[in-house]
Design a protein around this ligand. Structure first.
Ligand code: BDR
Ligand code: CA
Length: 322
């Protein structure tokens, strides 16, 4: 059983990742921490609660709210992809009786900040806690700066981020999570705990097609199935218009899948660096991933391949198993 802490800027694919993590039998979600990214952190925290409320959970993980702003840059958000509330505008939906389908949830938050909770859990579970980062790396970089000794107890960081042999999704060269806080990303890469990056190179190969979603949960009337349909609608429309397919990328679900099902992924060791200041290339991730040229110095593992169909099977097997 792998203990994980999810650090998330809860947008639509983050919500799917949370649902997958909590339904992965080999995983124990110790805590969820939030960070500004797709939307401001307050909305991200609300979205965590709305996502958890859509599931039948006996026990909730500890939740702590994190940083509002990246280390150096002003925040850039992605509400155009995820809806103005970050969760496909579910908070604007109303039922037939006029009441809100997803009213503001009660926020049951830890007293500690995300940064302090990350440090505390690293200390409580030495070499046993995997940090899964699904948003900008601001909280994690700050935790490293605040208490480097405790943070060295982290077993591994698995993060969704980067674009190597493909275009970026926020600029031509940069992937969103790294672009929003490139300074934090470089800090985390420099820190020296094992890191695995799951970049756009693989997440763009895994599409959750609208037809498949319909087939899996179109006929179900339970809360989770309704949430999956409602929360993905705005993002589906965005992808249809912008990416030209009927479905969505589910970037943040992939790191969760990688931990439970490493057999579905190929990885390569590499030396990864982040462009923190380039005018046209800020947030770009750089590594030589050419096969047959092993890096002389490495600081990370990069996912370079995925069994997309196998991943989608795994995703639905886990989340709709009940
Ligand atoms: C990443 O950016 C965010 O919009 C998604 O939630 C994901 O974490 C993909 O580039
Ligand atoms: Ca995210």
């Amino acid at each position: 059983m792998q203990r994980i802490l999810l650090d998330t800027d809860t947008g639509v694919d983050d919500a799917l990742a949370i649902i997958l993590a909590l339904n992965t039998p080999e995983m124990k979600v110790e805590a969820i921490t939030t960070v500004s990214g797709n939307v401001y952190v307050d909305f991200c925290t609300r979205n965590v609660m709305l996502t958890l409320n859509a599931m039948d959970l006996g026990e909730y993980p500890i939740i702590a709210q994190g940083e509002r702003q990246p280390l150096v840059k002003p925040l850039v958000t992605a509400a155009h992809v995820h809806g103005s509330d970050g969760l496909g505008d579910v908070t604007k939906l109303h039922g037939p009786d006029g009441s809100r389908s997803y009213p503001d949830p009660e926020l049951r938050l830890a007293a500690a900040s995300a940064v302090d909770l990350i440090i505390d859990l690293a200390c409580q579970h030495p070499n046993d806690l995997v940090l899964v980062a699904l948003g900008p790396l601001t909280n994690i970089a700050k935790a490293m700066d605040k208490n480097p000794n405790q943070m060295r107890n982290i077993k591994e960081i698995v993060l969704m981020g980067g674009a190597f042999e493909t275009y970026g999704n926020v600029t031509t060269t940069a992937e969103f999570n790294i672009f929003v806080d490139p300074h934090a990303a470089q800090r985390v890469l420099d820190f020296g705990v094992p890191i695995t990056l799951v970049p756009l190179d693989v997440t763009h190969r895994v599409m959750l097609k609208s037809e498949r979603l319909k087939a899996e949960c179109g006929v179900r009337s339970d809360r989770l199935a309704k949430f999956l349909r409602d929360a993905t609608r705005v993002s589906m429309a965005y992808h249809h218009q912008r990416e030209g397919f009927d479905g969505i990328y589910i970037h943040d679900a992939l790191p969760i899948g990688l931990i439970a099902r490493p057999d579905l992924f190929d990885t390569a060791d590499a030396f990864v660096q982040v462009e923190t200041s380039g005018q046209l290339t800020q947030g770009m991730t750089i590594a030589d991933l050419r096969q047959g040229r092993p890096a002389l110095k490495t600081n990370a593992r990069v996912c370079v391949g995925v069994n997309a169909e196998g991943f989608i099977e795994h995703f639905f097997d886990c989340i709709l198993s009940t």
